[in-house]
Design a protein around this ligand. Structure first.
Ligand code: ADP
Ligand code: MG
Length: 249
């Protein structure tokens, strides 16, 4: 896939509150086809809320989210189709515990996209091959390690052929020895030119994968730039302080 430089997602003046707490304050952001954008920022600054809004899992208070010019609106009839086009992977995998690995992957293409069983299974098997889990197709999620489960969750998102993939701290619940296998899979997706918006605390990974890094704090985008600019030449005091605080983790 080549980078077409075409804007596929536009976020304009996005605002969101929970009660009196303003969690997202006037967020503006554009994502281009083939771009990998990483969001960093302290816990509680609104990263997950932003991703959930982009996937139509949260309703926004003000502003707009457009995918190829079409609104992402949880109240609209088109929201289910939008969720197919914008895939999301969570920290907690969210696999169906009572379904096999293969069925976890084929469920949505069969039920939601009404694809043919042979075709969906063939693609699921190819994805299992790619993530090195072919031998586990008939096992249940509880029989897999965290790293394996997260790779299945990624495969389950990929089979829907999303135009944009949202990854929310997908390695945060993993033991350190499993983080690498998941991040390597994400790096390979980036090399294929997939468009991704990634929230992570893995700063070395962020630097390796990102075309652009966004630093959020207190519900706002404080600074954005290349990985080199953000990690090595931070401009704002808030970003400098945040990067400094990571050294003591
Ligand atoms: P991050 O992902 O950056 O850690 P979140 O988006 O999860 O931050 O949360 C941003 C803020 O919104 C936090 O103060 C959090 O407590 C609050 N928040 C998140 N979800 C809810 C909710 N469902 N109800 C009330 N407050 C929430
Ligand atoms: Mg979060």
């Amino acid at each position: 896939m080549d980078k077409k430089n075409e804007v596929i997602l536009t976020i304009g003046h996005l605002k969101k509150s929970y009660g009196d707490t303003e969690v997202l304050k006037d967020i503006d952001l554009e994502i281009k086809s083939g771009e990998v954008v990483v969001i960093i920022g302290p816990s509680g600054c609104g990263k997950s809320t932003l991703l959930r809004c982009l996937n139509g899992l949260e309703k926004t208070d003000e502003g707009r989210i457009l995918l190829h010019g079409e609104p992402v609106d949880p109240k609209s009839a088109g929201i289910f189709r939008m969720r197919e086009r914008i895939g999301m992977v969570f920290q907690s995998y969210e696999l169906f515990p009572h379904k096999t690995i293969l069925k976890n992957i084929t469920l949505a293409p069969l039920k939601v996209q009404k694809r043919k069983k042979e075709e969906a299974e063939a693609e699921a098997l190819a994805l299992l091959e790619r993530i090195g889990l072919s031998a586990h197709r008939d096992k249940y999620p509880s029989q897999l390690s965290g790293g394996q489960k997260q790779r299945v969750a990624i495969a389950r998102a990929l089979i829907m052929h999303p135009e944009l993939l949202l990854l929310d701290e997908i390695t945060a619940a993993l033991d350190p020895e499993m983080v690498r296998e998941v991040l390597e899979l994400v790096l390979s997706l980036a090399k294929e030119g997939r468009t991704m918006l990634i929230v992570t605390h893995e700063m070395a990974f962020a630097e390796a994968v990102a075309d652009r890094v966004i630093f959020m704090d207190g519900g706002s985008i404080i600074e954005e730039g290349t990985a080199e600019q953000i990690f090595h030449y931070p401009k704002t005091e808030r970003l400098q302080r945040f990067l400094e605080s990571l050294k003591f983790d």
